[in-house]
Unconditional design. Sequence first.
Lengths: 196, 388
Amino acid sequence: MRADLDIIQEWVKTKSKVLDLGCGNGELLCYLQQEKNITGYGVEFGHDNITACIEKGVNVIEKNIDEGLAGIEDNSFDTVIMTQALQVMHRPDQIVDEMLRIGKECIVTFPNFGHWRARGYLALRGKMPVSKFLPYTWYNTPNIHFCTFKDFENLCLERNIHILERTVVDNQHKHHWSIRLWPNMLGEVAIYRITR
Amino acid sequence: MPQSIPQDSVGIVTPQTIHFDQPLALACGQTLENYDLVIETYGELNPDASNAILVCHALSGNHHLAGYHSAEDKKPGWWDSAIGPGKPIDTNKFFVIGLNNLGGCHGSTGPQSLNPETGKPYGPDFPLMTVPDWVESQARLADHFGIQQWAAIVGGSLGGMQALQWSINYPERLRHCMVIAAAPKLSAQNIAFNEVARQAISRDPDFNNGHYYEENQIPKTGLMLARMLGHITYLSDDGMREKFGRELREGKISYDFNPQFEVESYLRYQGERFSTAFDANTYLLMTKALDYFDPAADYNHSLPSALEGALCKFMVISFTTDWRFSPERSREIADALVEAEKQVSYAEIDSDHGHDAFLIPNPRYMDIFAAYMQRVGADIPTTGKEAN
């Protein structure tokens, strides 16, 4: 399993009701169904991913998350998860609001644009960073709303969103003492657990 | 005839008639004392009777789902694309039953059958059927085969509504429910189209208040108009543009009322063909069954409450250009199932074919269909007689 998913699964309670926005091939939900006996639903837009979910026996709802989640009741999920998809949303702030409306608790992960490599790339080359971790160029990237950990935490502050927990990892999804010391510079992926 | 019967066809099939003697009390208050159901089956029922799939038909469908009735048969059954060896509903694995619903005109008891009280065809006196009535008759069909629990019930359009009703009325009797291109109830617009179709039929002078069998005539014009109207609602604007555009049959406008545009002659052809192949009283009855379908009505108009007791897993599928039962309508079903905390997946298939898309193979549709049927197969219990 992808290492960030391994960290997330620890935060999900047994037998809870989970919504995974941008669930990909259903890997996380499949694991949570088997190991934590959850009732889970994925929301996904990619055709191959949807078929992969169905093959795994993971509930998947085909939907473009950018169109909103109006059909889903307030507070109807224990946990709403969005991994590595916030930056592709048209309005990440509205999606976070929607997640907090639907879920009692939310887990969000996204790549940190404040990482030293991204900063260095832009500062030294004067070009938008392209790396193995963020392989797109500016004109074809689906990642239209990059932010840094600081940016995200500012949004939380402005919107009265409580950060319950934060784990910052590098691209091998490892914690290191230096990351804890200087997360916005050294962390590549942040995993936040938030609530209203 | 087909050049030769394809490898992935169920081959030559023969319908059978099953007689039921136990009276069936209907929603309308009347009772059918006894009745026949015409069915076709494909594949083999396993010793546990746990691999059976029921396929429910839509407005003008019938029991002939797949294969050919003879080597001279020009066309296979209406869902041949989805049913057969190696196809999504794999007849090497599943035992599949298709039936003609009560009130139909392909052999099951319906308006053309003799009314035992008068010795004449029922005609318009045949009781109006509802989706729950059909489900009840289908449950008895399951009993007849010793099928305690269907591996899946599958249907498109009105067929999908029957599948959904099953999950509410007999939750313990199905493991999977596949609802394709359906709606939780008809909209005013849907009912309006049905009403125009009914008026076209009932105002045809040859309709004779439904007693046309005795006169040895059929309301051909009315049925043709009803079908033409229906057909427009089955296609999409894009699909019609693609298929017909403004193409002229003779290449130029003739300044008269003869059919000149391709779409006009297509609709006339489809309507005329249908008018001699289908029964007008059945058409009226089927459109009424559609109009009346509203499973949430008994649950304070809450679909999640109606589905509360369901135990099966669901697959809901819609098609982008379907405006008869649009993707929004299928999403209502999927959302209600999520709210009721049921196991459900939902897919929205890109297609130009409008409502008809559920009958037309399309790579993504068939992939999802097959993937879901794999799960249905995986959920067949392995214990029991078969293991011996």
